[in-house]
Design a binder for this molecule. Structure first.
Ligand SMILES: CC(C)(COP(=O)(O)OP(=O)(O)OC[C@H]1O[C@@H](n2cnc3c(N)ncnc32)[C@H](O)[C@@H]1OP(=O)(O)O)[C@@H](O)C(=O)NCCC(=O)NCCS
Length: 181
């Protein structure tokens, strides 16, 4: 059995949420903002995607691709010069996919005030170097909050699957309608 530098097994059947926790801090520069001097939503989504992928990589220990970014709340604007900190962890793993939660805070560097500005859920799929899907270890929640997120992740997966099915049916119905007209 091989181990990483931190003594973590590279291919265990189960991993703790804590072992996937990741963090990134960025300073908001003029290139990141709109004409009002607020952080662009798309730029924030990019940071969220990167931080989410870090947790997914730590869980899967192989390549990961973003399958979905399905719930994102922009709670407050982030201003030019703020420090943005993003924290992520894997909420639950399924067969080849993982749901990752990302929470974002902004710090006003002049006052030191820290505000929760956004939260998001993403799904990553583990793949090998040829793009073939790979199984991922299960997740072991260890705290009441981790357990709540673990259970909620299953509900969100069911909702996502129902949505994918609904969209497929809608496309089929639209194609049938076009064929008739
Ligand atoms: C994501 C991707 C690998 C899924 O491949 P696929 O062959 O359609 O996948 P499957 O239907 O076999 O599902 C594989 C897993 O992905 C999950 N998945 C697939 N589409 C999903 C979606 N839209 N939302 C959430 N999960 C999804 C499935 O639930 C399944 O999870 P499980 O193995 O844990 O049960 C494929 O669609 C892909 O490569 N997409 C592009 C990814 C990319 O380039 N991302 C960057 C964005 S620019």
């Amino acid at each position: 059995m091989s181990e990483t530098k931190t003594g973590q097994e590279t291919n265990p059947a189960i991993r703790t949420v804590a072992s996937t926790q990741s963090e990134m801090t960025e300073i908001i520069l003029p290139n990141d903002t709109n004409t009002l001097g607020n952080l662009l939503g798309g730029r924030l989504m990019h940071f969220i995607d990167l931080t989410g992928a870090m947790a997914a990589y730590r869980h899967a220990r192989t390549y990961v691709v973003t399958a979905a970014m399905d719930h994102i709340d922009f709670i407050q604007p982030v201003h030019l010069g703020d420090l943005v900190t993003l924290k992520s962890s894997v909420n639950r793993a399924f067969t080849t996919s993982m749901e990752v939660g990302v929470k974002v805070w902004a710090e006003d560097t002049r006052t030191g005030t820290v505000s929760h500005v956004a939260s998001a859920y993403l799904v990553f799929v583990a793949v090998d170097e040829h793009g073939n899907k790979r199984r991922v270890p299960a997740v072991k929640p260890e705290t009441p909050n981790e357990l709540r997120r673990y259970e909620d992740a299953l509900r969100r997966r069911e909702y996502r699957e129902a949505e994918v099915l609904r969209r497929k049916e809608a496309r089929k119905a639209m194609a049938a309608f076009k064929d008739r007209s």
